[in-house]
Design a binder for this molecule. Sequence first.
Ligand code: FAD
Length: 307
Amino acid sequence: MKLTEIMKQRMALSFEVFPPKTDAGMEKLPDTLNHLYEFDPDYISCTYGAGGTNVGRNMDVCKLILSADNRTVPVTHFTCIGNTREEIKKQLDAYLEAGVDHMLALRGDLPFGWTGTNGDFAYATDLVKFVKDNYGDKIEIAVAGSPEGHIACRSLEADISFLKQKQDNGADYIMTQLCWDMEQFKRWLDGIRKAGVTMPVDVGIMPILDMAATINMALSRNACVMDRELCEIISRHWIFPNPFVKDPFDAAVDQKKEDFKKEGIAYTIRQIDKYRALGVDGIHLYALNKWKDVSEILNQSGIKTLV
Ligand code: FAD
């Protein structure tokens, strides 16, 4: 089943999970997935660790999704990091043999201290072309889109032109980087359409649940703009001396964490409303392997009954 076909008919709903690092985490994953299946997601994507870490577990997670008795499609993330042509072919053959025929083709986050991919391909555009040339329509290919521009792009225009190149090379649809700045998202959407990018746009949304994780996600790699509303939520519940220390001296820390999460969930729901009102082709929730909070967001947002 082509996910792009679904997105032509209606808005898709999907989740992103990551391969647990420990055996204990892996044992808990089926229960998490079972709860996520209740929302009848069109697909669940699984992240692919930089430098090949967790690659084996990524395949295990995809197989777990395939073995479930429902129609949820597993989508594997796949990166250029440390991968030669031969290794890419070997891995993709193994995914296909296992029944996984959907991928998110990425350059990948460069491991700390690396200046390039140390693989045969420097950019996702090349990976997309390689997959298309070797597998034709056997694999449906998603690619990343950065509404604020990728952190290393020389300009937003250049970044958009590389997105068009991904489409020309055979990509099928876009999964976006998180973006809280709705005005920027609209500008980017207009920009990519003007540039001839016609691929469906599946919007990546990170639930706001934890203060340190939110700031970390925004600033450690992506330089995402936090809008005034989100900054206010952070400021109102700031954990002193700061949310990153292990044992904060702030006596109200537990209450602040709880209040932050409550307001964060409400904020996430408002973001989903705004994206849906823009007519995006899909909502892709970074589920962070946390089904309870994700369920609360989806139940409160009303998305389940409408999808
Ligand atoms: P590219 O599209 O290759 O772009 C990288 C940079 O190079 C950009 O600045 C672009 O403007 C520039 N560029 C692109 N093509 C060219 C060219 N031909 N010439 C010159 N410059 C060019 N990372 C992981 O490691 N594992 C994951 O599982 C993972 N999952 C992700 C899921 C989503 C939904 C998203 C949005 C990102 C994910 N990432 C993941 C992060 C991603 O790998 C990083 O953002 C990475 O830094 C860029 O990947 P890309 O595919 O966008 O790169």
